[in-house]
Design a protein around this ligand. Structure first.
Ligand code: ADP
Length: 263
């Protein structure tokens, strides 16, 4: 809509009842997208109206994880998002040709995010989840500018190297004045057949991030939960049925549903 005035972001309007969570991590591969997809499916399963914006330019994986097969459609000047497992989904991956590598500059990303928020017909959502790219990039600042009331969820693994970068991703909230809802530790352990827990990535990352962010922000940043390594989670992500729906009694599903209930 070149030349026309930008539409307002509905979630930023006074009186908006939609809770907006930006899911952040320090580095890639910690399971941020898996957690986002499963939180979304879990919240929708609770009966809430849920949307997801996949803004992870480097690894847009939400459509696959949620089993989205359709493309967005356009009606008048609005974009209708495809729906999967009762979740409305828009991904940056739906707007890039083929498997072309994408070079996004800060202003382009800001504009794309603005359009995802304002030009997509979301309807009345209870919850909007934003899957951010890993790190402390421009897009985290854009989210804060576009939706000042958005809140951060920080995902880390137990590993100290991951925790340190997660802290940095979270501490951006000190500058943007966003609330940090809490920290989610993923890949916390693998449960062995004899019931013992093997801590493949060490232990303590989630607790460390929660404590250090509590100090940095000056407000309690709780550890919301620990999600174990679970083969059914990975399989569900690959086949488009989130583990919280496909294997609701698996350890990862139980952990993620518990976190979703507390949000
Ligand atoms: P990120 O979004 O942080 O880059 P992903 O969500 O894409 O990470 O996860 C990276 C890989 O690890 C994916 O293949 C995903 O299926 C797998 N994975 C994530 N969390 C778990 C878990 N708790 N158990 C098993 N596999 C997981």
């Amino acid at each position: 809509r070149g030349g026309q005035a930008e539409r307002e972001v509905p979630f930023a309007q006074p009186g908006s009842l939609t809770r907006v969570y930006a899911v952040a991590s320090g580095k890639g591969g910690v399971g941020k997208s898996s957690i986002t997809a499963n939180l979304a499916a879990s919240l929708a399963d609770q009966g809430l109206k849920v949307g997801v914006v996949d803004a992870d330019i480097y690894g847009f994986s939400i459509p696959r994880m949620l089993g989205v097969t359709r493309q967005p459609t356009q009606v008048d000047e609005m974009i209708l998002p495809p729906v999967a497992h009762e979740v409305k989904v828009i991904s940056i991956g739906m707007f890039v040709p083929g498997n072309q590598p994408v070079v996004w500059r800060g202003p382009m990303l800001h504009r794309a995010l603005q359009q995802f928020l304002a030009d997509v017909f979301w309807g009345d959502l209870d919850v909007l989840l934003l899957d951010l790219p890993p790190g402390t990039g421009d897009i985290a600042i854009s989210v804060a500018q576009l939706i000042p009331t958005s809140e951060l969820l920080v995902v880390t693994t137990p590993q100290m190297a991951a925790a340190e970068v997660a802290e940095r991703a979270g501490s951006i909230a000190a500058q943007t004045h966003q609330r940090i809802v809490g920290v989610i530790e993923n890949m916390s352990w693998l449960e062995l057949p004899d019931g013992t827990r093997q801590e493949l990535f060490g232990a303590g990352g989630g607790k460390t991030v929660s404590e250090s962010l509590t100090r940095t922000i000056g407000a309690e940043v709780p550890l919301l939960g620990q999600v174990p390594i679970d083969v059914t989670l990975r399989e569900g992500a690959d086949t488009g049925t989130p583990v919280v729906l496909g294997h609701p009694d698996s350890p990862a599903a139980v952990a993620i549903r518990g976190i979703a209930k507390g949000l």
